[in-house]
Ligand binder design. Structure first.
Ligand code: NAD
Length: 280
C-alpha cells in the first residue's frame, strides 16, 4: 500500500485541517466536548439556526465561551510549520474546517475557511420571517441582512459593525438595520458559501499533495476533499491519532498528533527530500 517514492518537492500542496489541528493549542474538538458550564451541551443542538431563533441569548453565550478558548489559544508548532512551508517557497493552500483563525495567526497567507470565522459577526437572516413579510425585504447596506427601512440608521456604516465583538452581554444588533447579529460561521444544517467551497475544490484539483490533519472526515462536503485528491491521482497523507477510513487508501498515514508530525514532515517536503513514513 505504501508508495516509497512519495512525491518530494511538490508543486502545489493542500493542507486540509479539522478540529484536531488546534487541539494542542487548547481549543477542544467537538468530540472532546467543551468544559465547565457547557460540558453537557451538544454542539449539534445549539449551533443551529433553529436554536438561535428560539433562544438567541443562550446560543450567543455558548459561542462566547468557545470564543474565549480561541482567544486564549496560540498557534502550535504544527500551525507554524505550515506557515513556514509557504515562506520557503512552496505553493500552499490551507483548507480548514476550523473557525479559530489560528492558521492566519501563525502566518499562513492562503487560507480557505470552509466553516467561516467565529470572531467575525454577520446578521441573522431569518428566512421564515422573511417569507412571512408582506413586502419584499430590503438588504441592509451594513450587515447584508434583511432590513426594515423604518428602523434603519442611515448614519451607521460597516466600521460600526466591525467594532462589535463576540463578548459576554446581550446579543447585539446591526447598528444600521437593527437585525440580531450572530457569528459568521456555518452552523449545523446550513449550506457552505458556494464561493468558498469552489475555492477549496479548485485548490484540490490543482494540488500534487494533500495532507489531511486532525479531521474526522464526518462533516460533508469537506470530508470529500481528500477523497477527491486521491481520486485524481494526488499524493494523500493523513495525520490523526485515530486514523479515519482514509488511512487505508492514502499513501501514508501517521497515527500521531499534528505537533508531533507536521514540523518534521513539512521540513522534509520543503527541503525536497523523499518522505519516509513509519511503514517505509
Ligand atoms: P472533530 O471534532 O469531529 O474531530 C477531530 C479529529 O481530530 C478526530 O478525528 C481526532 O482523532 C483528531 N485529533 C484529536 N487530537 C488531535 C491532534 N492533537 N492532532 C491531530 N488530530 C487530532 O473535528 P472535525 O472533523 O474538524 O469536525 C467538526 C466541526 O467542528 C468542524 O466543522 C469545525 O468547524 C468545528 N470545530 C472547530 C474547532 C476550531 O475551530 N478549532 C473546534 C471544534 C469544532
Amino acid at each position: 500500500m505504501f508508495d516509497p517514492d512519495l512525491l518530494a518537492d511538490p508543486r502545489a500542496v493542500v493542507i486540509f485541517t479539522g478540529a484536531g489541528m488546534s487541539a494542542e493549542s487548547g481549543v477542544p474538538t467537538f468530540r472532546d466536548r467543551m468544559t465547565g458550564l457547557w460540558a453537557h451541551t451538544d454542539p449539534m443542538e445549539i449551533a443551529t439556526p433553529t436554536a438561535f431563533r428560539r433562544q438567541p441569548q443562550r446560543v450567543w453565550d455558548w459561542h462566547v465561551h468557545l470564543a474565549e478558548s480561541i482567544r486564549a489559544a496560540r498557534p502550535n508548532a504544527g500551525h507554524l510549520a505550515i506557515a513556514d512551508l509557504e515562506r520557503r517557497g512552496v505553493k500552499v493552500t490551507v483548507i480548514t474546517q476550523n473557525i479559530d483563525s489560528l492558521h492566519q495567526r501563525a502566518g499562513s497567507q492562503n487560507v480557505v475557511e470552509l466553516h467561516g470565522n467565529l470572531l467575525r459577526l454577520k446578521s441573522f437572516v431569518d428566512e421564515d420571517a422573511a417569507f412571512a413579510m408582506k413586502r419584499a425585504p430590503v438588504i441592509c447596506p451594513v450587515c447584508g441582512g434583511y432590513a426594515d427601512p423604518d428602523e434603519c440608521d442611515r448614519y451607521a456604516d460597516r466600521s460600526d459593525l466591525a467594532a462589535i465583538e463576540l463578548r459576554t452581554g446581550p446579543v447585539p444588533h446591526c447598528p444600521c438595520c437593527g437585525a440580531l447579529l450572530r457569528p459568521d460561521i456555518v452552523w449545523f444544517g446550513e449550506m457552505l458559501d458556494p464561493e468558498v467551497i469552489e475555492a477549496a475544490w479548485d485548490a484540490v484539483e490543482d494540488c500534487e499533495l494533500l495532507i489531511a490533519v486532525g479531521a474526522s472526515l464526518e462533516v460533508e462536503p469537506a470530508a470529500s476533499l481528500p477523497w477527491r485528491a486521491l481520486g485524481r491521482g494526488a499524493q494523500v497523507i493523513e495525520i490523526n491519532p485515530t486514523p479515519t477510513g482514509l488511512a487505508e487508501y492514502c499513501h501514508a498515514s501517521f497515527a500521531a498528533t499534528a505537533v508531533d508530525t507536521l514540523p518534521g514532515l513539512l521540513d522534509l517536503i520543503a527541503s525536497g527530500q523523499t518522505i519516509r513514513t513509519p511503514q517505509a
